[in-house]
Structure formats: structure tokens, C-alpha cells
Design a protein around this ligand. Structure first.
Ligand code: MAN
Length: 476
């Protein structure tokens, strides 16, 4: 029973805020554990500077409006220490969004409701009552409208993502069409003989016979030549004998040989070549004829005959003389083909390069790559092309370089007089339409644009709504 009552009291203490009252002013909840006191040997509550634990303070020196720690950690809730961006004052803004404010804005008599809607930044002056409830109502109203815009912007973004995928498909299709065209051109260029052989396997039946003819002729020629040499030699021996023998020696064998040789010499000019060679060739010709259609009337020479039969065979098996002509690609046509191939290859390189380019998340920039957004901002007309250039009137501000963290980067613009080449960063904010909002020149010839676009609508949009929300102080 006692225990239950004890627990109930603790619960009441927590919910009534007495624990909060003990919180160290200005410290964010996740750092509260760094402000727990230690106990010295004498039992005194002590605390060490966060940036330098060798500096030991009495616990009540925290927020005593006197700066003891070099990093300002002993004064999280006052402006006694110099401003340290790492140690901002934490406004709890209960019921709304917690936030941080620079310590030099504390108790300066100004209600910084856009940061601390609870007025806690003016705790000492007491000038600023808590307005979190009213501000929250304003924000909710603003958010409702903003969400409607975001919804239509997100729909537009989804459409753009689909368009981008479609664009990619088109590029892929163009690549495959170009590759096919190139393949066709290369096929058409294959050497004529190769084509005949590929297309007319029947001609191949004849070819071995023709090869055999030439082989036979070759060996025939060789053997004839050898025979001629032998005959020449024998003729020279017999000539010697014929011219040098002594007719006074009554050698009948010699006399008979010489007279036979003389007879041989007188007949040799009219002698015909050996029939065997021709017979062999005829036999082979018959073989060829067995594979080809009816020949024409007899041909004047064997060479011509073979040639004619060969052409006939090609005609029969390959669809006619046309094939021969078709396969003979004229040099003119060849150079035309070369030109076309070169052009196709160049196009292919462009398309293939395009597939590798960085078009951002979901390749969304593909869908808007040549969309142009124009607008007059301050004294100049600006023209922006997402994946192209930005112009300030006629001056080139930059050329698209990359898309990173919802910002488009452009560089390599026209050179600035006495300065760098112009460049720009375009910060994108979620919006249903693409529209240039503002431009500034933080550094000479370095431009910073703000632009709405559906391509910038992602899951952080709620945060973005808050950052764009402005309090209407008249209503507070
Ligand atoms: C022009 C504009 C300006 C730029 C100056 C620099 O006037 O491009 O934005 O600052 O040139 O000389």
C-alpha cells in the first residue's frame, strides 16, 4: 500500500513539472546527463567543464551568469559566455517543435517566437508569454495548404519519374536499332565469294572437282616438264652420237640408231601430246557435268568450258547471275556504307554515353532535361535549362554539372571581369511547378538561385514546410 502511494507521488511530481523545474536551463534533454553533479571528498556538489574536465567548479556555478569554462559549457542558459555555435540555448517549445537560439539573443527584450514560441529566451525579462499554442494553430493551417501543394507536386513528380523511365526506354530502343542497322551493314559487306559459298552449298559440290582438275593439271605439267627434260637429254646424247660417230666403222647397231634418230627428228614437229592426259581431264569434266545442268553447245576450249559450266552451276544453285552481281559491292557503295557506319557509330556513342550519365535519383532529370524555365529576377532575365545552361540575359552563367542534395550545380560560365568564370547553384524547393523564385550573388559571379520544382519533393517535405512557415505576428 505504502509503495503504491510512493509511486503515485513520484508520478504526480513528474507530471506536475517539478522535475522540469530542476532541469538545467538551456540544456537539451539528450545532454542532461552531462550536467549531473559529482561529490567532492567533503561532500560538496561539484561539476567539471565539458571541454576541459580538469577545471572543477562548484555545482552552483552552472548558469550563475559568470563564464568559468572556456567552451561556455557552464552557462547553457545565460549569455555570460561568448557565443559558441556548439552550445546554443535550447527552447523546449512544448507542444510545438523544440529549437535552439543563440545565447546573445537571450533576454534582449525581443520575442524570438519564430525560434522560441514558448518565450523561454526572455525568461529574465518576462516580456514574452508562451505563444506555442497560437503559433501551432497558424502552422497547422499553413501546413494544410502546403500539404495540398505538396500532394499535387508529388503527383507531378511521380509522372516525371514515369516519363524519365520512358525516356530511358527510348534511348535503349534507339541503341538496339542502331546496333541492328550496323550489323546489317556489316553483313552486306561480307566478301562475294564468302557469300556465294554460304548461300550455295551445292556449288561446294563442284568445287572439289575443279580443285582436282587444277591439281591434276599441275601434276601433269610437272610430269610433262620432267619428261621433256629427259627427252631433251636423250636427244642431246643421240645428237652427239649422230654428229660424232665414225661411219667408217661398220657398226650396224650404231648406224641403225642414228638413222632411227634422224627419222624421229623429222617426225617430232608434227607429233601430238599424249592422249592420256586429256583423257584424265575429260574424266574429271564428266564428273563436274554430273553435278550441273545441261550444258550449252560445245565450247571452244576446255578452260572456257569449265568456266562456263561453273557459272551455270552458280546460276542454278544460287538464283542466277544476279547473285554474282549483288555480291560485288561497288567501291562507291562501300564508301557510302563506311560513311553511314561511321555516322551510326557516332550516334551509338552518344546514346550509350547518355545511359551512363547521372540524371539524379530515379533519373528524374531525364524527364526535364531540356525543359526551360525563364524569369525576371531583380534587373536581369534568366533562362535556365535543367540539363543545359543558365543565361543572365545574354551572359552564360554556367553549364549543368551535377545534381546533388536537391541542388543543381552549373559551372564554366562566361568569365567575370577581373574575376572567376561564372557559376551557379540552384536550390530546389518542393513545388507543383518549376519556377525561379530568387537569385543572389553571395560572391562575385557566383550565383545562388532558389527554384520550386516537383523534382525536389521527397520525404523531407514536412521539414521543408516548417522551414518555410512564417509566423503572422499580428495574429498573436
Ligand atoms: C554583370 C552581371 C553581374 C556581375 C557583373 C560582374 O554585370 O553578370 O551579375 O556581378 O557582371 O562584373
Amino acid at each position: 500500500m505504502k509503495t503504491t502511494l510512493g509511486l503515485a507521488i513520484i508520478a504526480v511530481l513528474y507530471s506536475s513539472g517539478s522535475t522540469k523545474a530542476e532541469r538545467i536551463r538551456g540544456v537539451l534533454p539528450s545532454e542532461e546527463h552531462l550536467y549531473v553533479p559529482e561529490y567532492s571528498d567533503t561532500g560538496e556538489q561539484i561539476w567539471r567543464c565539458l571541454g576541459d574536465p580538469s577545471i572543477v567548479l562548484s555545482y552552483n556555478q552552472i548558469n550563475d551568469d559568470f563564464c568559468d569554462c572556456p567552451d561556455g559549457s557552464d552557462e547553457p542558459g545565460t549569455n555570460a559566455c561568448p557565443f559558441n555555435p556548439e552550445r546554443m540555448f535550447y527552447c523546449e517549445n512544448e507542444g510545438y517543435y523544440p529549437n535552439y537560439i543563440e545565447n546573445y539573443k537571450l533576454n534582449d527584450g525581443v520575442c524570438d517566437y519564430d525560434i522560441c514560441c514558448d518565450g523561454s529566451d526572455e525568461y529574465a525579462t518576462g516580456k514574452c508569454p508562451n505563444k506555442c499554442k497560437e503559433i501551432k494553430e497558424q502552422f497547422e493551417e499553413y501546413k494544410k495548404n502546403a500539404l495540398q501543394v505538396i500532394e499535387s507536386a508529388t503527383n507531378n513528380r511521380e509522372k516525371l519519374i514515369l516519363d524519365a523511365a520512358e525516356e530511358r526506354k527510348m534511348v535503349e530502343m534507339s541503341i538496339s536499332a542502331l546496333r541492328n542497322k550496323l550489323k546489317d551493314l556489316e553483313l552486306a559487306e561480307k566478301p562475294a565469294t564468302e557469300k556465294i559459298e554460304n548461300e550455295n552449298t551445292n556449288v561446294n559440290k563442284i568445287k572439289p572437282h575443279l580443285d582436282a582438275v587444277s591439281e591434276l593439271l599441275e601434276s601433269q605439267i610437272k610430269s610433262e616438264a620432267l619428261k621433256d627434260k629427259k627427252i631433251e637429254y636423250l636427244e642431246s646424247v643421240l645428237s652427239k652420237l649422230m654428229n660424232g660417230y665414225n661411219p667408217n666403222f661398220n657398226d650396224l647397231v650404231v648406224k641403225e640408231s642414228v638413222s632411227s634418230f634422224k627419222e624421229y627428228l623429222s617426225n617430232s614437229e608434227t607429233e601430238t601430246p599424249k592422249a592420256a592426259t586429256k583423257e584424265d581431264l575429260n574424266r574429271l569434266t564428266d564428273l563436274i557435268l554430273a553435278n550441273i545442268p545441261e550444258g550449252e553447245d560445245s565450247t571452244p576450249t576446255f578452260g572456257n568450258y569449265i568456266h562456263q559450266q561453273y557459272l551455270k552451276a552458280i546460276e542454278k544453285f544460287s538464283g542466277g547471275q544476279q547473285v554474282l552481281e549483288n555480291t560485288k559491292i561497288s567501291t562507291e557503295k562501300q564508301s557510302q556504307n563506311e560513311k553511314l557506319k561511321k555516322q551510326l557509330k557516332q550516334e551509338l556513342v552518344i546514346y550509350e554515353g547518355d545511359l551512363d550519365r547521372d540524371y539524379g535519383p530515379h533519373e528524374i532529370l531525364r524527364a526535364v532535361k531540356s525543359t526551360r524555365i525563364g524569369g525576371k529576377l531583380d534587373e536581369y532575365n534568366y533562362l535556365l535549362e535543367f540539363f543545359g545552361t543558365i543565361y543572365q540575359d545574354n551572359v552564360l552563367i554556367g553549364q549543368f554539372e551535377r545534381f546533388e542534395n536537391n541542388a543543381l550545380y552549373y559551372s564554366n560560365g562566361a568569365k567575370c571581369w577581373n574575376g572567376p568564370k561564372r557559376s551557379a547553384v540552384v536550390h530546389l524547393l518542393c513545388g507543383a511547378e518549376s519556377k525561379l523564385l530568387s537569385v543572389s550573388e553571395p560572391e562575385k559571379c557566383e550565383y545562388s538561385f532558389e527554384m520550386t520544382s516537383p523534382i525536389a519533393c521527397d520525404n523531407n517535405s514536412e521539414k521543408e514546410i516548417l522551414s518555410k512557415f512564417r509566423i503572422n505576428y499580428d495574429l498573436l
